[in-house]
Design a protein around this ligand. Sequence first.
Ligand code: FAD
Length: 329
Amino acid sequence: MSFDNVGGRPTSGRTPRVSGTPSVVGQLVKRADGTIPFSVEFNPPRDEAAEARLWRAAREFERMHPAFVSMTYGAGGSTRDRTARVTGQLARETTLLTVAHLTAVEHSVAELRSIVGTYADAGIRNLLVLRGDPPGDPLGEWRRHPEGVEYAEELVRMVCGLGDFHVGVASFPQGHHRSPDLDHDTAYLCAKLRAGAEYSITQMFFDVEHYLRLRDRVAACDPVEGAKPIIPELMPITSLRTVQRAEELSGRPVPRRLMERLERAAGNDPEANRAAVREVGIEIATEIGRRLIEEGAPCLHFITLNFAKATTEVLTNLGYTVTAAPARA
Ligand SMILES: Cc1cc2nc3c(=O)[nH]c(=O)nc-3n(C[C@H](O)[C@H](O)[C@H](O)COP(=O)(O)OP(=O)(O)OC[C@H]3O[C@@H](n4cnc5c(N)ncnc54)[C@H](O)[C@@H]3O)c2cc1C
């Protein structure tokens, strides 16, 4: 399906389904066993070995019935092609509700429309709409494509105008690094929600208070938009090496008190004490997850780096169970 006009009418001649497509928000209901929904995030695989690993993780998670899975979107032509293909396969060949991330980086509006059309053709109607970061250096200067968009809000409007899509956006418990202050940050998030986004997923964090304050700010800024789900993102730390990744993804250093626990477990020989470090990392993620559940979070969204084991352990600690693999047609 392609969309070549500003109003967004599809031009393939086929009629898009206009209602009743499953949505992320529709999945955010308590599960039969009383646990809250959870979801997982994958990254585009770079090669065949990575792709095989992603599939192993996807099949593992399928047995735990996540509310949805999402696939991030990076820079670079060949990775982008692989991303679209694998995301489409996840949607078609598994029982998982699949969300594709979409970013404005290095894309014209025409290209963005065409990508949305590709996803629609693959049956993907749930998109996490983002501006994205400058390739290579997330903190570098943001450059809008000359025929692209400046802010995610414009992209939300565009995607919502293209038909029956369910859109989510990013939110930032401690504020986005380019926001002048938390009030501006909250106002921009509310604008994305007003533009048509149905929910947001937060940047990863380690202090649940930051998530709770974000929730309070959005509710105070706009009670209607504040009622939309804010899905917290978390990631189990499995080694001192993943601390660096966690800091990149959260945009902040891991809090000192948590680092001290990890360092204590690592002792003088982090290599020999890897299992102990991992255990503490799982424990920390479990504590964060438990507090979020107590505080009424609508879902727990896990960054998995395409591995199932650590997230599964956290979920098991929180009372989730693995069932038989779902039947596939
Ligand atoms: C859950 C999650 C998933 C992510 N997935 C990806 C991914 O797959 N690929 C990827 O490349 N990146 C991803 N990111 C990173 C994200 O793209 C970056 O953090 C990016 O810098 C901000 O994206 P945004 O959609 O929040 O942008 P925007 O909402 O456009 O905000 C960007 C900046 O502009 C400010 N702003 C917004 N509107 C206005 C306005 N009207 N006037 C002035 N200033 C304004 C905001 O406060 C912010 O500082 C993800 C982030 C999260 C939290």
